[in-house]
Design a protein around this ligand. Structure first.
Ligand SMILES: [Zn+2]
Length: 532
């Protein structure tokens, strides 16, 4: 007796093979049969006629680490067909927590717009964090990476210097402990202090530990603008020297000077792969990025932590230099008109959310760089921003590459609860945007390739043996969607709008979405990589 039988649908199985007509049967939390026509009894028979059945989408690049405490159902992701979130990206992780360094880690995470829950001091490592997350009752699965920043903060705080041999050993042993407990790899964020303070040899040393565990080294590379090629070369070198599997996060060509370089960066990665470096990439399908506004503040100003940063930003003696360098950093992106301020927490400045830095500067009657400093100081660091700094052509070029996975770089949010916060629409629209806008409307890539980029490809990069494909024996994480209706209504002006077109979503064989509606079921859990 099957618990669920999908009949008469179009199967896109995640391997990249062309779509075909097939029935799929599920018993409990596993797929048990795939075939042209499956007979037999089932508790639930789903007429999949006219619809596409695919493996649940894997968001290889998310930042849902602490939003799960507020939104354990990760609704904005579930409605996109996502059944698995990979967290801990861009070097931004919430463990390990070193006794005595809690405040430094909390300040760092706040600067990156993380809201730490009350109970955050109850975890210290991967295992205690994972147990706590599990106790929330999740809608979809989570697979955490270890962030490089918390490792570095645990070993040496926010210091701008190379680690001593002992400190490096400490980072390696903390990393190994988390991987032993079941983490899926390590991430770096090499534009953000303290990750940016790490030289290549420190990263190679840590990537060797990653390689020893045969997991993923995911990197927000050191420069996505002028220094893009050198930064890519560094990622390639880290892969070559360590033997680790490398994932370039949110691949893009940023800033005016980089327009049209999409082909070139893909060629660089393909050439490295041809010489034996196991390197891949992921991307979100938008021409704007989003991160902390403090990303335009020079790295030296961050040394020592957030409290010192605030002191420097208020210091009249440093003002001229800071404004000049912030001005340059904005110009390298797309200037003050291309930066939209988001996620403001204070009452007094909330009205500025959704406005450009240029507009805010005009209201305040000051230069844009001064407005940036004032905002960061008044918000104690916690200001998000959306940067309109890529070309649509490059986004499409990179998206068309069958070897680049899809990853949102966003969060799992509840639209009603998060309403009113300016945020990037990618948290709501990444996957349906690829399927609707780029596959159906623009015909940029075949449906089977797009689905592979969301399922089999990321599952392979992460080392999942039983997810990412529709095969007997694989986990029953499945999405049934309407290829004619799948859409992403979320945009920059109105981001909190759920995607449309997902009819059913199964996580571990349980319906999280049924007939387009959330069921409230919570079959999700933290997936721990089993060491063999
Ligand atoms: Zn990033």
């Amino acid at each position: 007796m099957y618990t669920c039988l999908f009949r008469g649908g179009t199967l896109v199985d995640g391997s990249g093979q062309p779509p075909c007509r097939a029935d799929v049967a599920v018993t409990g939390n596993r797929i048990v049969a795939v075939g042209k026509k499956i007979d037999g009894l089932a508790t639930g028979i789903i007429d999949a006629g006219g619809l596409v059945l695919a493996p649940g989408f894997i968001d290889i690049h998310s930042h849902t680490d602490t939003t799960l405490f507020r939104y354990p159902l990760a609704e904005s992701k579930a409605f996109q067909g996502v059944t698995l979130e990979v967290t801990g990206n861009c070097g931004l992780g919430v463990f390990p927590v070193q006794a005595g360094r809690e405040q430094e880690l909390a300040d760092f995470l706040r600067l990156h717009d993380f809201t730490l829950p009350e109970e955050w001091l109850a975890w210290s490592d991967f295992a205690t964090y994972a147990d706590l997350i599990d106790s929330l009752g999740l809608g979809i699965h989570v697979a955490p990476l270890v962030g490089h920043a918390p490792l570095r903060i645990a070993a040496m705080g926010m210091d701008d210097r190379p680690p001593t041999a002992l400190e490096l050993e400490r980072m390696q042993s903390l990393l190994a402990a988390a991987l032993q407990q079941g983490a899926w790899g390590m991430s770096t964020g090499l534009i953000y202090p303290p990750g940016s303070y790490a030289a290549t040899d420190e990263l190679v040393a840590l990537a060797r530990t990653v390689a020893a565990f045969d997991v993923l080294y995911a990197s927000h590379i050191r420069n996505e603008g002028e220094g893009l090629m050198a930064a890519l070369d560094e990622a390639i070198a880290i892969g070559r020297e360590s033997g680790a599997r490398v994932q370039v996060s949110h691949l893009k060509a940023m800033g005016r000077g980089n327009r049209g370089r999409g082909e070139e960066i893909l060629a660089r990665i393909a050439a490295a792969r041809a010489t034996g470096v196991d390197i891949g990439a992921d991307q979100y399908p938008y021409a704007a990025s989003a991160t902390t506004l403090s990303a335009v503040v020079p790295q030296w100003a961050h040394a020592g932590g957030v409290a010192v940063l605030m002191r420097r930003l208020r210091d009249p003696a440093l003002r001229e230099r800071l404004e000049a360098e912030i001005g340059q950093a904005m110009a390298a992106r797309e200037g003050a008109t291309g930066i939209m301020v988001a996620n403001i927490r204070s009452e007094r400045n909330r009205g500025l959310s959704g406005q450009s830095v240029a507009a805010i500067a005009a209201v305040w009657g000051c230069p844009p760089a001064e407005a940036v400093i004032r905002l960061i100081v008044e918000e104690e660091g916690a200001v998000g921003a959306i940067f309109f700094s890529m070309s649509e052509e490059d986004v499409a070029t990179i998206l068309a590459d069958p070897q680049v996975a899809v990853g949102s770089d966003g969060h799992g949010l509840n639209a009603a609860q998060a309403a009113g916060e300016a945020t990037h629409p990618r948290s709501y629209g990444t996957f349906p945007r690829v399927l609707g806008r780029y596959v159906r409307e623009k015909n940029l890539l075949p449906l089977a390739s797009a689905v592979h980029k969301m399922t089999g490809l990321p599952a392979g990069r992460l080392g999942f043996a039983d997810r990412g494909l529709v095969r007997p024996g694989f986990a029953a994480d499945l999405v049934l969607f309407d290829p004619a209706a799948v859409n992403d209504p979320a945009d920059y002006a109105d981001p909190h709008r759920y995607a449309t077109g997902v009819v059913h979503l199964l996580v571990e064989g349980e319906p999280v979405i049924r007939d387009g509606e959330l069921t409230g079921k919570r079959p999700g859990r933290v997936l721990r990589k089993v060491r063999v």
